[in-house]
Design a protein around this ligand. Structure first.
Ligand SMILES: [Zn+2]
Length: 237
């Protein structure tokens, strides 16, 4: 009986303190906006977590980023939740699937970027775009795991193992020269292939996004010479 009373007392406290029951970290949907008051009510730590792929997440990724012929064991992958700011200063709920070998590092990077109010426009599973990389990038969606081949090749991308993370991909496109032709992915990211320009969400060598990844052993695609992949941070397997 006492337990029941405590339960209801907590419900009432939660209701009066937050305005409604059930708006805590576990019940918020990806891309939801959260106020700083709500963040602090539950404590920042609870909004950041790493967990194994459960049935609910698997149902979202199977047949999309987790292709039917995916050779990566599900037990190698992890689901991350995080908060991030966007360029308008809003706080959003973010999510990502990546390899367990980098999940703690990625969570630490995202936490550091949140503390620094570093803007990330959108961070939902690429499955929300049917695991279509071009569509996800065009929507400026940051993501990691997607079982797919490197653009223009039959080699598996490091994203296939969840060992690479793309941040703000629309503003940090993949740029490659072939036979005098410049290929930019996503195609609508073409204005942002010019890295002399100044614009929001731009990743540059030495900025906080770069530093937080590189100090944890990630390589930045913007440092490559054969092509440039400004959105891309990866760890070698
Ligand atoms: Zn990438």
């Amino acid at each position: 009986m006492r337990g029941v009373f405590v339960f209801f007392a907590c419900m009432v406290m939660s209701l009066s303190a937050s305005g409604q029951v059930g708006d805590g970290p576990g019940s918020r949907r990806p891309a939801d906006t959260v106020s700083m008051r709500q963040v602090e009510l539950f404590g920042v730590d609870r909004w950041f977590y790493v967990k194994e792929i459960d049935a609910e997440v698997f149902a979202r990724i199977y047949g999309r980023s987790y292709k039917h012929d995916c050779t990566v064991p599900l037990s190698d992958l992890r689901y991350l939740r995080a908060l991030h700011y966007d360029a308008d200063g809003r706080i959003l709920v973010g999510e990502m699937v990546c390899n367990k070998a980098i999940s703690d590092d990625v969570a630490a990077v995202l936490r550091a970027l949140f503390e620094a109010r570093y803007p990330i426009e959108r961070m939902v599973l690429i499955d929300e775009y049917d695991a279509d990389d071009e569509r996800s990038m065009a929507a400026d969606n940051s993501s990691s795991f997607n079982f797919r081949y490197i653009s223009g090749t039959n080699k598996l991308s490091n994203h296939s193992y969840g060992m690479a993370v793309d941040i703000n991909p629309l503003y940090n496109p993949y740029v490659r020269e072939r036979n005098g032709v410049t290929i930019v992915e996503p195609a609508c990211g073409e204005p942002y292939a010019d890295r002399d320009r100044d614009f929001v969400y731009k990743i540059e060598r030495g900025d906080i996004c770069y530093r937080e990844f590189v100090k944890r052993g990630f390589v930045w695609g913007g440092d490559w010479t054969s092509l440039k992949d400004y959105q891309h941070f990866e760890k070698r397997r």
